[in-house]
Write a protein that binds this ligand. Structure first.
Ligand SMILES: Nc1ncnc2c1ncn2[C@@H]1O[C@H](COP(=O)(O)OP(=O)(O)OP(=O)(O)O)[C@@H](O)[C@H]1O
Ligand SMILES: N[C@@H](CCO)C(=O)O
Length: 327
């Protein structure tokens, strides 16, 4: 359960005083997520999420994340909105952490994604890429290729405890990715963490996207690569081409990928797998077992890295190109 920072009822009531959301009726920690502390609150005016921003979130980035949610919602993409206090402010401080109240989004994230879910997430990723264009703030990706080696260095000495030979294998991948990482591809605002637990559905209909706390400006196709990893592998580690095809065709129905993006996709998917492997490995080795958080398995992402190393072309993910260049 991701509650790193606990709060008392008195603290919470004082924090909520400047908001116009009615009397607090109940609140409880949310048993999901690994990054921030989240609480579900019921007030006289409905349900709200209270988020306390934890270690990996830089306070200076919060106006970007919260502003982006407002911008995307205005462009028609359903996502939660930060609630403004009576004085207009959206960001406060609670228990020594930056904190915000966020509107509650109805829906459930898909525990077993189907090709239909994948098509919908492909579409919403492309819509987000197009909608982000009018957003007037920008944020560098703090977890892109240049950040991987410093992150790896914090785990490298202990990696072989997780699996013998891991250290040498990851070193080789890092070198390959650092040398061949593409640049100059279409870029803009990306979500960067568009996993199933961040995409809600009501029945078969996508009801919204949450968790913009890794959003940044980077290559659009990198975001697609993150999605391929997060949505299209089966529990046994096999890549499901039907899901890949659905996700990519959903994406292309809104924003066709360029030939250069298609060519770079295997490298981007390999790098996207390494990025999540590295943060998971760091947490695996460093977050104490007693912490109220379910640690995610880095080895799942090592298997994806191994898969992508051997991919020759994006067609193997299910990409069908019409030859149309775009954006
Ligand atoms: N606006 C919202 N509406 C409804 N539920 C929400 C909302 N925001 C968060 N939640 C709930 O809280 C959980 C954790 O939220 P979130 O994914 O933002 O946390 P996180 O710690 O940043 O997670 P992650 O590990 O995905 O980065 C979600 O899976 C969802 O159940
Ligand atoms: N989505 C991430 C956790 C939040 O960054 C993962 O599955 O490793």
């Amino acid at each position: 359960m991701a509650v790193y920072t606990d709060i008392t009822e008195a603290e919470l009531r004082a924090f909520l005083e400047p908001y116009d959301i009615g009397e607090l009726l109940s609140y409880k920690g949310i048993a999901e997520g690994v990054e921030n502390s989240n609480f579900l609150m019921h007030t006289e005016k409905g349900s709200f999420i209270l988020t306390l921003y934890e270690k990996r979130v830089d306070r200076n980035d919060l106006p970007f994340f919260l502003g982006l949610m407002e911008h995307l919602a205005e462009s028609g993409l359903t996502c939660p909105l930060p609630v403004h206090r009576r004085d207009g402010i959206v960001l406060g401080e609670l228990a020594g952490r930056p904190a915000a109240v966020i509107t509650f989004l109805e829906g459930m994230w898909p525990r077993r994604p189907t090709p239909d879910h994948c098509r919908e997430v492909g579409k919403v990723a492309a819509m987000l890429h197009l909608s982000g264009r009018g957003f007037d703030r920008s944020r560098k990706n703090a977890l892109s290729v240049r950040a991987w080696r410093p992150l790896w260095n914090q785990s490298a000495a202990r990696a072989d405890e997780v699996e013998p030979g891991l250290s040498r294998e990851v070193e080789a991948d890092l070198e390959r990715l650092e040398e061949n990482w593409p640049d100059g591809l279409p870029s803009g605002v990306i979500h960067a963490d568009l996993f199933p637990d961040n995409v809600f559905f009501l029945g078969e209909t996508l009801s919204g996207v949450i968790d913009f706390y890794f959003a940044c400006n980077d290559l659009f196709a990198y975001d697609v690569a993150v999605c391929l990893n997060a949505w299209c592998f089966e529990r046994d580690g096999a890549f499901n081409m039907t899901k890949g095809l659905a996700l990519l065709s959903g994406y292309q129905s809104v924003r066709p990928v360029t030939a250069a993006e298609a060519e770079a996709l295997p490298m981007l998917a390999h790098g996207a797998a390494l990025r999540f492997f590295l943060t998971r490995l760091y947490d695996w080795l460093n977050v104490p077992d007693g912490a109220m958080v379910v640690k995610k398995d880095p080895m799942e992402y090592l298997r994806y890295m191994r898969f992508h190393r051997n991919i020759g072309s994006a067609a193997e993910y299910g990409l069908r190109q019409s030859g149309a260049e775009s954006h």
